[in-house]
Design a protein around this ligand. Structure first.
Ligand code: NDP
Ligand code: A1CAB
Length: 278
């Protein structure tokens, strides 16, 4: 069965390349379209057998499973384009959270799901959030999770929790990278450590900490307690973070939720669905 990708920007490309690199898909199973076709052509040149086509309609007419990898406000246009070409057996997958299942189910006569990937899937790691529409049978869900499981950990979430789970798994890499960048800048500023050395150390630290929190049997709290000796240096640093950052993360998630609400409202208007309820 052919798998289609509409939109080969940053995430569409990560998905295609990861599926191919992991062995989940042969290039000859992949058909891709992109508004500026040269991006899809680049993938076709890099992966002989992969077919770059001129229109989204061609993807829809040929593929049983279609990942739509465009920005939220472009979905309506893409959905209208592909609608005449999908059948009840087709599965259409959105990779963006503000396009709700009900937008897709009310507009397309096929199975729909959302898979919210993460840049970490580019190194076959991290979670991929799976949210299913009612037309997806348990078998359909299992097949999709097999595919997604080749590039990350499929995690089923309710649509109601899509935003907050995506804040952690998809936005989290950017937030953590910001923390690393600030730590590196401080090391350069306070002690004159070469930036490259500080970056290498900080990156190894993040990798090791991730392992401790997954395979290493630690929770964030137990890890913190394990390394922060009472009255010691780490505790002095943690006390400052507690004072300075206490409400920062709540405000961070409030900011992402506010932007999400704005996007859902715009998508609602495009799909003519009235006020959103998620
Ligand atoms: N960035 C991330 O880490 C994550 C992103 N997402 C979601 O992925 C989606 C895409 O994000 P991202 O890849 O970063 O964005 P990009 O802007 O990099 O990619 C979007 C792509 O869609 C193409 N496009 C636009 N309109 C159409 C159209 N009508 N038909 C076909 N292709 C079209 C664009 O083409 P053109 O080259 O002409 O601009 C572009 O290549 C977003 O909805 C985002 O929410 C989900 C999880 C993580
Ligand atoms: O749609 C989403 O939730 C993702 C997370 C980061 C950007 N878009």
């Amino acid at each position: 069965m052919k798998i289609g990708f509409i939109g080969t920007g940053s995430m569409g490309t990560v998905l295609i390349e990861s599926f191919i690199r992991s062995g989940a898909l042969q290039p000859s199973s992949v058909i891709a379209s992109n508004r500026s076709k040269h991006k899809a052509d680049l993938l076709a040149a890099k992966y002989p057998g992969l077919l770059a086509v001129d229109s989204n309609r061609q993807v829809a007419a040929t593929c049983g499973t279609i990942f739509i990898c465009v920005r939220p406000l472009v979905f309506k246009q893409v959905v209208d384009e592909i609608k005449p070409y999908v059948t009840p057996d087709t599965t259409v997958i959105s990779i963006t959270s503000p396009v709700l299942l009900r937008h897709l189910e009310s507009s397309l006569p096929c199975k729909v799901a959302k898979v919210i990937p993460s840049i970490t899937n580019g190194v076959l790691s991290g979670a991929a959030l799976c949210i299913y529409g009612e037309r997806m049978s348990e078998e359909d869900r299992g097949s999709l999770e097999w595919l997604v499981g080749m590039i990350g950990k499929p995690v089923r979430v309710s649509e109601q929790h899509t935003r907050v789970t995506s804040d952690i798994s998809s936005c989290g890499p950017a937030f953590l990278a910001y923390f690393v960048q600030k730590l590196v800048d401080a090391a350069v500023h306070v002690a004159g450590l070469p930036q490259e050395e500080a970056t290498r150390l900080a990156s190894e630290m993040v990798l090791g900490t991730g392992k401790l929190l997954t395979a290493g049997g630690y929770t964030p709290e137990s890890l913190r307690q394990r390394v922060a000796v009472p009255g010691g240096i780490i505790e002095a640093g943690l006390e400052l973070m507690e004072r300075e950052l206490d409400t920062t993360f709540i405000r961070l998630l409030e900011a992402t939720h506010a932007k999400y609400d704005e996007d859902v409202e715009k998508v609602d208007q495009q799909f003519g669905s009235g006020t959103h309820t998620q």
